[in-house]
Design a binder for this molecule. Structure first.
Ligand code: APR
Ligand code: PHB
Length: 389
């Protein structure tokens, strides 16, 4: 088989890239290790920057998002038993869209199927080859048979644990990492959210976040020790802990109910440089991970896609390699700013086991400064709604 671009991974990065390319007449095949339902079963983030909303529109998959997504114009920071609203729209002129990654993925998969584009699910042992030449290819196994796809470019959209980054020459790739000494315990419940906007809470017992998927489905998180087990957290214990970490006015509005998803995720920052090795480009979680505190993971995947898509369009439509040559540098410039923002939000909002009394006072001063200075609030807002592409 031959195609122009082989995309490894059918998460949001791979699907969005594939759709944008196909709309521009650029052939692509997606190879995915697991099946469609497995991909859709992953519960992940839910806040989209305007830039990502625009890109989904450009890909022709924005209709359900506009109908069912919730545009938000602010968030609240909670500390010292009070809520402090950050008016994102007044400060930046922009809004964010609350719409789950699962729904984005669903819409992209439906569109791909309707467009008759090829996705090979349950492709095992996917391997990129010869990407340091102008004729790379990818091999994979399906039903015990080995297949080969020749192509011009390979897009590594296969997430943090994928094969693409591992295939990069080890003497060229450099990685940067920070692990945080806690995790997030998250639940989904079919109950109306405590507030119509998100609440990020800093509390002596630890961070908490009130988020949502719709007007009748809530997503809540509490900071927890890394070695906690899901079995340690009954629904009752979760709701109790969440309410204790929120200001009274918010805690009173929490509507409890049975959770239908509960998981613990570690928090880390990770960046691989460069994001391109000859004809193999890394996109999204394959190249970088951010802690979820800034809601940037999915949005960074979208900006990578935007840059790579532009580069590929230039290559095929304008016969210029300039965009492809600039991909890694362009993507990384935006990635590092989001990595900084996510690290900063995480540092400001969580309780760190080794923070001393001085460190604690600095954290309190930072929050106080933020909610009393327009300039400081504007900086948070500018990053939260998304820096320009
Ligand atoms: N071969 C083929 N497919 C693979 C391989 C492999 N060796 N390894 C992983 N995959 C697939 C995974 O099964 C998954 O469907 O690649 C896909 C990667 O998807 P994601 O992990 O969702 O990564 P990405 O598309 O970059 O999404 C961006 O932003 O908010 C964050 O973590 C969140 O997933 C989200 C990410
Ligand atoms: C979520 O709704 O899952 C969510 C929202 C905001 C974040 C992180 C996660 O910062």
């Amino acid at each position: 088989m031959r195609t122009q671009v082989v995309i490894i991974g059918s998460g949001p990065s791979g699907l969005l890239l594939g759709q944008l390319l196909a709309n521009s007449g650029i052939d692509n095949v997606i190879l995915e290790r697991v099946d469609r339902d497995y991909v859709l079963g992953r519960v992940r983030a839910g806040v989209l920057e305007q830039g990502m909303v625009d890109l989904l529109d450009e890909a022709g998959v924005g209709a359900r998002m506009h109908a069912e997504g919730l545009p938000h114009e602010g968030i609240s920071l909670a500390f010292d038993n009070r809520l402090h609203r950050i008016d994102l729209t007044a400060l930046t002129g922009k809004r964010v869209m609350v719409y789950g990654q699962t729904e984005v993925t669903h819409d992209l998969m439906d569109k791909r199927e309707a467009s008759g584009l090829t996705t090979i699910y349950e492709a095992k042992n996917v391997q990129p080859h010869d990407f340091d030449t102008t004729s790379p290819y990818v091999t994979y196994e399906k039903d015990g048979v080995t297949h080969r796809i020749d192509c011009d470019f390979i897009a590594g959209c296969d997430g943090f644990h994928g094969v693409s980054r591992k295939s990069a020459p080890q003497d060229v790739i450099k990685t940067y990492e920070r692990a945080y000494p806690f995790g997030w315990l998250g639940i989904l419940a079919e109950v109306p959210p405590a507030d119509h906007e998100l609440i990020y809470a800093n509390h002596p017992r630890g961070f908490a976040l009130c988020s949502m998927r719709s007007e009748h489905r809530s997503r809540y998180y509490v900071q927890c020790p890394l070695n906690d087990k899901i079995e340690d957290w009954s629904d009752h214990r979760f709701w109790d802990e969440l309410r204790r970490r929120l200001p009274k006015e918010a805690a009173e509005k929490v509507i409890t109910g049975p959770s239908f998803e509960k998981s613990i995720a570690p928090l880390r920052s990770f960046v691989a440089e460069p994001m391109q090795f000859g004809r193999l480009s890394l996109v999204g979680d394959a190249a970088h991970i951010v802690p979820p505190t800034g809601a940037k993971g999915l949005n960074l995947a979208a900006s990578d896609v935007r840059y790579l898509y532009s580069g590929l369009r230039e290559y095929y439509l304008d016969k210029s390699s300039a965009g492809m040559e600039a991909y890694s540098a362009k993507a990384l410039a935006r990635v590092w700013k989001a990595v900084r923002f996510s690290w900063w939000m995480t540092t400001m909002l969580h309780r760190f086991p080794d923070t001393d009394a001085f460190g604690q006072r600095i954290q309190e001063a930072e929050l106080d400064y933020l909610v009393h200075s327009q300039v400081a609030a504007a900086s948070l807002a500018e990053n939260y709604v998304g820096l320009p592409y």
